[in-house]
Design a protein around this ligand. Structure first.
Ligand SMILES: C[S@@+](CC[C@H](N)C(=O)[O-])C[C@H]1O[C@@H](n2cnc3c(N)ncnc32)[C@H](O)[C@@H]1O
Length: 314
C-alpha cells in the first residue's frame, strides 16, 4: 500500500476502485478531448505528449521525439505477428511509429474519443490500419487474456492511474513469458523536495490534467517486481523533459491566438501548467524515468547501450 502524498490522492483513497475509475474516466479525459488541432500546434508532428530524448539542448523537438520513438522500438523489439498493447496511446504517436516499422499487431487504449478518432485517422493515412485497433476505455475495464501479449507500453499515461498495484498485476498476467513492459513517466523523489501540497501542484494534477499520482521510482519498481516481472533497465530522462517542455511552451506562445480561437483560455492553462512542470523537472522536485521490464528472461541481451541523457545539464 503506497501512502497518499497529495489531497487528490487522499480523496482517491476513500473512493471505491469503481468510483475512482469513473473519476479518472471523466476528469482525465476532459484534457484530451480538446481539439487535436491544438496539440498539433504544440507537440511534434506525431503528437507525442511525453518526453523526447535530447542529446544536445540545441536539438529540435522533432529530432528528440524521433530518438525516443526509436529507443522505444529497440527496447520493445517487436517481431512480426507479436501482439502489442499501448495503454494511454494518445493520438497514436508511438503506436503508429511502431506499426510502420514492425510487423506487430497493435491495440491502443485511450479515455478520449477525439484521440481515438485522430489515432485511427493517422493509422489509416500511414497504411497500417489493418494492424491497429483503438479502444475507448479505462485500462482496468479492458479484458486481457492470460499470456496473450508480447509487449505493453505506458508512455506518459500511468501517472493518471491511481490503482497502480491492480494495473501492474493485470498487465503482468497478460504478458506471455518473455514479454516486455516499457513505462516512461513522471515520479516524485522518494524523499520530498518542495511542497507537494502547493496550489501549483494542485493546479497541474487536478485542474489542468484531471488526476495525477506521482509515486517514487522505487515504489513503481517494487510494484513491477511484486507482479512477477524483472526490471531490466531504468533511464533518467529528467533533463530531456526540461527541454521537451521548454519547446512545448515556445509553441504555445507562438500559437496563442490560434489555440484560444479553438478553446478560449486553453493557451493560458497549457502555458501555466507546463511552466510549473518545467521548473519542477529543472529543480528535480519531479523526475522523469523510462523503465523496461520483462516477464522472465526475455530475449537474451548482451552489452549496454549508451545513455540517452544530454551531455550538458540544462
Ligand atoms: C499524456 S497522454 C500520452 C499519450 C501517448 N502515450 C504519447 O506518449 O503520446 C496520456 C494518455 O493516457 C490516456 N489514459 C490516461 N488514463 C488512462 C486509463 N486509465 N486508461 C486508458 N487510457 C488512459 C489518456 O487518454 C491519454 O491518451
Amino acid at each position: 500500500m503506497i501512502a497518499p502524498r497529495t489531497r487528490a490522492e487522499r480523496e482517491a483513497a476513500v473512493r471505491t476502485p469503481e468510483e475512482q475509475r469513473e473519476h479518472e474516466r471523466r476528469e482525465v479525459a476532459a484534457h484530451y478531448q480538446n481539439d487535436p488541432e491544438i496539440f498539433s500546434m504544440v507537440l511534434d508532428s506525431r503528437l507525442a505528449y511525453a518526453t523526447g530524448i535530447f542529446l544536445d539542448p540545441a536539438e529540435s523537438l522533432e529530432a528528440a521525439q524521433e530518438r525516443k520513438y526509436d529507443w522505444v522500438r529497440r527496447e520493445l523489439d517487436i517481431h512480426p505477428g507479436e501482439r502489442v498493447l499501448d495503454v494511454g496511446c494518445g493520438w497514436g504517436s508511438n503506436l503508429i511509429y511502431l506499426a510502420e516499422r514492425t510487423g506487430g499487431s497493435f491495440q491502443g487504449v485511450t479515455l478520449s474519443d477525439k484521440q481515438r478518432q485522430e489515432a485511427l485517422r493517422r493509422a489509416d493515412r500511414a497504411g497500417v490500419a489493418s494492424r491497429v485497433r483503438i479502444d475507448l476505455a479505462h485500462i482496468e475495464d479492458i479484458d486481457l487474456a492470460p499470456e496473450s501479449l508480447d509487449a505493453v507500453l505506458f508512455v506518459g499515461s500511468i501517472v493518471h492511474m491511481h490503482n497502480r498495484e491492480r494495473i501492474h498485476q493485470k498487465i503482468a498476467a497478460a504478458l506471455r513469458p518473455g514479454g516486455r513492459l516499457l513505462i516512461s513517466d513522471c515520479y516524485f523523489p522518494a524523499r520530498a523536495r518542495g511542497d507537494r501540497e502547493s496550489a501549483a501542484t494542485q493546479y497541474i494534477f487536478v485542474e489542468a490534467l484531471g488526476y495525477c499520482r506521482l509515486i517514487s521510482l522505487a515504489e513503481e519498481l517494487g510494484l513491477i517486481e511484486q507482479a512477477g516481472l524483472d526490471v531490466r533497465r531504468v533511464e533518467d530522462l529528467t533533463s530531456s523533459y526540461v527541454h521537451t517542455v521548454a519547446r512545448w511552451i515556445d509553441n504555445v506562445r507562438a500559437n496563442r491566438a490560434r489555440i484560444d480561437a479553438r478553446a478560449p483560455g486553453f493557451s493560458r492553462l497549457l502555458q501555466t501548467y507546463m511552466t510549473v512542470g518545467r521548473l519542477s523537472f529543472a529543480r528535480r522536485t519531479a523526475l522523469e524515468y523510462m523503465i523496461v521490464a520483462t516477464k522472465g528472461g526475455g530475449r537474451e541481451r548482451l552489452g549496454v547501450a549508451p545513455s540517452p541523457e544530454p551531455r550538458q545539464a540544462p
